[in-house]
Design a binder for this molecule. Structure first.
Ligand code: GLY
Length: 373
């Protein structure tokens, strides 16, 4: 938190956090009603030849009027490429359609893509920016809680392959991330709550104070109190920035961001991605990972119980769907995060502290799954 610099722009308070990655360093700007200033933020940082906004039609309807005039005033009259809503757009086919449009628009290597939307728009835009003419700049303007605290920061970009999510991708850092808290006011409630699961994850892996804040301010957060939102988003981004600075390409330490994800991905896969939002499956996955931590002697039962109680307060799912433990374990071996056929998990020691454990026995995983029915 001390890493933030407070800036005042036209009577609006904004926080700036720099993520230090050498020549790939960039700022994360967090504030209210800051979309109109994006053109100005860009011009202070680099010189694009032009800008192209990639977004969904509904997102453009909500936020285009705030964003586009400022870009025009700064001299970057934006081209607009609209893509269909939903995970279906995270595909090589959709990427190709966007490359076609960019070539028609004569985009060059200094053209800058602006991802305006949630995780799908951000991941696809980042992937296109990583590959168009061997890499061009892009900026992230995440408009969902999940993308504000997770996918817009850290440079993971990808599209899906029919045989697995995020299978085709690249590390490509954005030049800037702009989080306008006002975008959350129109976010559907279930998506907001699913995003909170990632915020809770940051509390578990790195910050007991954040976890306690979430326990004590549930009502205010659910009613979108702006000071609470500012605090939880800033804190989450600061934790993610620190982890990414230490291990940008996920050689090991960055894996702690995957706490609960191995269980969560199994639930998503075995329910064909139709029953749970990612954050909802993650909520159940974090409880299962915490029970696994009890099984392996990392922590006491208080930890999964405390996590379950917090998730319940936010009305997130806490019980596993009816899945066979053999199927869950088998799908874990197919997870992109599994290597050398060993089950590796992020286990919790205390709220605020985790460790990466390789080669966890299947029996312990089965026992943990049984505790969560
Ligand atoms: N979403 C996990 C990561 O960025 O590493």
């Amino acid at each position: 938190m001390d890493r933030f610099i407070t800036l005042k722009i036209i009577d609006v308070l904004m926080k700036r956090l720099n993520i230090d990655l050498g020549e790939r360093s960039y700022d994360i700007l967090i504030g209210r009603n800051i979309l109109p200033q994006v053109g100005e933020f860009i011009s202070k940082r680099f010189e694009p030849s032009r800008s192209i906004i990639i977004t969904h039609p509904s997102v453009r309807n909500l936020f285009g009027e705030k964003l586009e005039p400022g870009l025009v005033n700064a001299g970057y009259s934006p081209g607009i490429i609209e893509i269909p809503e939903g995970e279906i757009s995270k595909s090589l086919q959709q990427a190709e359609l966007v490359y076609d449009r960019m070539l028609e628009m004569n985009c060059d290597r200094k053209s800058t893509l602006i991802a305006l939307g949630g995780g799908v728009v951000g991941d696809l835009t980042g992937f296109i920016a990583a590959t168009y003419q061997r890499g061009i700049p892009f900026i992230q303007i995440p408009t969902t809680l999940l993308s504000q605290v997770d996918s817009s920061v850290g440079g993971k970009t990808a599209v899906n392959h029919p045989r697995g999510k995020n299978m085709i991708g690249a590390f490509h850092q954005p030049k800037l991330v702009v989080v306008d808290l006002d975008t959350l006011q129109t976010l559907p409630k279930n998506e907001f709550k699913a995003g909170l699961a990632e915020v809770i994850k940051y509390g578990i892996i790195a910050d007991e104070k954040l976890f306690t804040f979430l326990e004590n301010n549930t009502k205010e957060i659910l009613s979108l109190n702006r000071d609470c939102l500012q605090y939880i988003i800033e804190t989450s981004c600061a934790i993610k920035a620190k982890v990414v600075e230490k291990d940008e390409r996920e050689n090991r330490h960055r894996m702690i961001l995957n706490f609960g994800h191995t269980f969560g991905h199994s639930i998503e896969t075995l329910t064909n991605y139709t029953e749970y939002l990612h954050g909802e499956a993650l909520a159940i996955g974090m409880i299962q990972a915490a029970w696994l931590s009890v099984e392996t002697g990392e922590c006491s039962e208080d930890v999964p119980i405390r996590i379950t109680n917090l998730l319940k307060k936010f009305n997130l799912p806490v019980h596993s769907p009816n899945l066979k433990s053999e199927d869950v374990i088998s799908s874990m071996y197919h997870d992109k995060k599994t290597t050398h056929n060993k089950l590796r998990f992020i286990l919790v020691k205390n709220i605020g502290s985790v460790e990466i454990v390789d080669d966890v026995p299947e029996l312990a995983v089965k026992a943990a799954l049984n505790k969560n029915h």
